[in-house]
Ligand binder design. Structure first.
Ligand code: PMP
Length: 352
């Protein structure tokens, strides 16, 4: 607390990112990063963007990256927005499309940045309870609202929402903006990008942090109607026109264009996830149906906080959320096969 803070700063409850400890080398399965390096083409592109060019501001319109994304996803350039990580795009969407006094809706168990943005922009929100098996009850979103934010797949529960359900939601919410946060969509979910042409109130947000191994570069993108994209650009240009730096622009374009590498690494993550799930089930864990690059697991007889602490002692970091309903679950990111073997061996010893 400081006497220099205004009331809003003083009352903020900021988002707490997963730990990135430096005290020792861990097998890091706690922040859903991709275990594989980015495409070699990304590193090459970043290398060639250094040097004298760094004297110059980056392209504020991100034209080349916007075009690469438009081509990849079969939409027009006017339907694409790029931002400094999808977190920034979500922040812009909250700032630009939602109104104080008209509650936005999102699930009670979900990405913990949503309530933070709501608070930051003075917005009201209501949470919709997930069902007993952590499914998203789409019908319950049919109530007066000032907008809807839905992650698909949801985090940390890992479960996907079928596209038919998303369509149903859009049909029943024609007036307010519906944001579908597809941070993990490339690991098995069905993207709503194909619906953008039919629903001018739909904004689909994706990231290069997960399936393209670029969490460190901070690039995300949104696909939506021209009017939504224009709204996001208004917010961006009233905040910082250069949210994407030159190195990130160069690297992101190369990542989007190297589709073969993307396919290979995402399939590798999916295969490792399926193998990990089978082993965890064999060890007696309850495992949700994951369509993400992480699994959400609980052991009927073991306390999750203890499992978390014991794994950490063994040099393996996973994520434990001390929150109602999920305080006996762990979220475990999918690493390489070797990392998951080490995790499985450690956890087998603990639960045996
Ligand atoms: N949405 C969800 C559901 C996430 O889990 C994350 C990653 N923490 C993000 C968005 C943000 O990702 P980034 O800002 O790295 O694009």
């Amino acid at each position: 607390m400081s006497r220099y803070w205004n009331e809003r700063t003083a009352s903020l409850v900021p988002y707490v990112p997963g730990e990135q400890p430096k005290d020792q080398t861990y097998i890091k399965l706690n922040t859903n990063e991709n275990p594989y390096p980015p495409s070699p083409a990304v590193l090459e592109a970043i290398r060639s963007a250094t040097g004298d060019q760094l004297r110059l501001y980056p392209d504020p319109t991100c034209e080349d990256l916007t075009r690469a994304i438009a081509i990849r996803y079969g939409v027009s350039e006017k339907e694409v927005f790029v931002g400094n990580g999808s977190d920034e795009i979500l922040a812009f969407a909250f700032a630009g499309f939602f109104t104080p006094g008209s509650p936005i809706l999102f699930p009670d168990i979900t990405y913990s940045f949503y309530p933070v943005y709501a608070q930051l922009y003075g917005l009201d929100y209501e949470t919709i309870a997930l069902d007993e098996s952590f499914g998203v009850p789409i019908e319950d979103f049919r109530r007066p609202n000032g907008g809807i934010v839905l992650p698909n797949p949801n985090a940390p529960t890992a479960q996907a929402i079928p596209l038919a359900q998303i369509r149903k939601l859009l049909d029943s919410s024609p007036d307010r903006v519906v944001v579908i946060d597809e941070a993990y969509i490339d690991f098995g979910g069905e993207s709503a990008i194909g619906l953008v042409g039919q629903y001018p109130n739909l904004l689909v947000v994706q990231t290069l942090s997960k399936s393209r191994s670029l969490a460190g570069l901070r690039v995300g993108f949104a696909i939506g109607s021209e009017e939504l994209i224009e709204g996001l650009n208004r917010i961006k240009n009233s905040f910082n026109s250069y949210t994407i730096d030159r190195l990130a622009l160069a690297g992101a374009i190369a990542a989007i264009e190297d589709n073969d590498y993307f396919e290979t690494t995402r399939q590798a993550v999916i295969a490792t996830r399926e193998r990990t799930v089978r082993q965890l089930v064999r060890l007696g864990f309850n495992v949700t149906d994951s369509k993400a690059n992480f699994v959400f697991v609980a052991h009927p007889e073991k306390n999750a906080a203890d499992l978390f602490a014991q794994l950490k002692r063994d040099g393996i970091l996973v994520r434990y959320f001390n929150k109602p309903r999920i305080d006996n679950y762990l979220r475990v990111s999918i690493g390489t096969d070797e990392e998951m073997d080490a995790f499985l061996a450690a956890i087998e010893k603990i639960v045996a």
